[in-house]
Design a protein around this ligand. Structure first.
Ligand SMILES: Cc1cc2nc3c(=O)[nH]c(=O)nc-3n(C[C@H](O)[C@H](O)[C@H](O)COP(=O)(O)O)c2cc1C
Length: 356
């Protein structure tokens, strides 16, 4: 099981009364249920027919992301929350159904850098021509079509309107999910970079975004790595950032606003902020050892300060009393040590914000 859970839309594309699509969609969910649980994958069934999407009726080009219709906003939120898509699609006249093309056309950024796998069905071609048709369209949207596929020839697969059990088809579906999860994880940095709340970071190719409890494992690793130097400098292991479990980190990620800096898909920096009374607290400023000395710490500090509530009168932070490098950086940034620290062995620093 992955530390980053993957959410997969299982999209039933046919909408006509009496369609076979829902039965195929049900088989996909049944066949993949245990394997998905094993992989930490959440399968989200969506029937295009339930979305009540008319033919595209938005004025703006979808790449603008300006949606005037409630049905578009709903559809956008569903796709935005997904890491990958399994399209359960019939073949209509050698192509994909118009419902799928229409649903694709509605959105832009929401599709980008997500894998899409196809479970197709049809007569002699088993829906494979619909898949070929869809593949050339989805790449325009930066969806990434998988090589793994499940193609069902209706005449051989149906018994009493349901799909006859077929272990090799089940195995093909599991193979498709395996490939989809691998590609979804590999593309995660590409997806994060396109999110509207992501900002470019200080290093070429780096970007910053808000971390969530999903990031607890990586935050735990970065903390332990970074605060080792603090332990040596201050001759103590009694440092919360060194001791915290992933569960404890998950807990504070819900209550602090935490910014992470990513480079090449890796978490290389972080800082957390929170208002307490009239003060803006900055903490857990961490920079991975291999990117130190390149302005990352100062950039994270500036970023944390810029987020302060305008009426906060002071910015406060704490570091080890013997953390010489940190103390020098904070002094350069305008922080002054307070006479008495709350915790022995640490130094509290304050920056008045009246001049901001
Ligand atoms: C409008 C339409 C066009 C079709 N075109 C094809 C086709 O090109 N190739 C094929 O193998 N089957 C074709 N079929 C047969 C479908 O594969 C079959 O009816 C299937 O059940 C359709 O999926 P649905 O029941 O989920 O709508 C077509 C069916 C319809 C309704």
């Amino acid at each position: 099981m992955s530390t980053n859970s993957v959410r997969v839309l299982v999209l039933t594309c046919s909408t006509r009364p009496g369609a076979l699509g829902p039965a195929v969609g049900t088989w996909v969910l049944d066949a993949l249920g245990p394997h998905a649980a094993h992989l930490g994958v959440e399968l989200v069934p969506v029937a295009l027919g339930d979305l009540e999407l008319p033919f595209l009726d938005e004025e703006e080009h979808p790449s603008a992301g300006v949606y005037h219709r409630e049905h578009t906003r709903r559809w956008s939120a569903i796709v935005d929350a997904a890491d990958g898509i399994i399209a359960v699609t019939p073949e209509y006249n050698y192509g994909m159904p118009a419902t799928l093309k229409n649903a694709l056309d509605y959105l832009g950024r929401e599709w980008a850098w997500k894998p899409i796998g196809f479970v197709s069905y049809g007569n002699t071609s088993a829906g494979t021509r619909a898949v070929q048709h869809a593949k050339q369209v989805v790449t325009t949207l930066r969806l990434v079509p998988l090589g793994a596929t499940v193609a069902i020839r209706i005449g051989e697969a149906l018994v009493d309107g349901r799909l006859r059990p077929d272990p090799s088809r089940d195995a093909a579906a599991r193979g498709l999910l395996d490939e989809l999860v691998g590609v979804a994880q590999a593309l995660r940095p590409m997806r994060e970079r396109t999110r509207p709340d992501t900002v470019p970071g200080p290093l070429p190719g780096s970007y910053a975004l808000r971390l969530t409890p999903h990031d607890a494992a990586e935050v735990t690793v970065l903390q332990r790595c970074c605060w080792l130097d603090e332990a040596v400098a201050n001759d103590t292991l009694a440092i919360p950032a060194l001791q915290e479990s992933p569960e404890a980190v998950r807990g504070w990620l819900t209550t602090w606003h935490t910014t992470g800096l990513r480079l090449d898909g890796r978490l290389v920096g972080l800082v957390r902020t929170r208002r307490i009374g009239d003060d803006w607290h900055v903490g857990r400023l961490a920079v991975a050892p291999d990117v130190r000395g390149r302005g990352v710490g100062r950039w994270l500090l500036d970023h944390a300060e810029a987020a302060a509530d305008p009426d906060c009168r002071r910015i406060t932070l704490t570091t080890g009393a013997k953390s010489v490098r940190n103390l020098a950086m904070y002094r350069r940034a305008g922080y002054l040590p307070t006479p008495v620290a709350d915790t022995p062995g640490t130094t509290d620093l304050v920056k008045e914000t009246a001049a901001r």
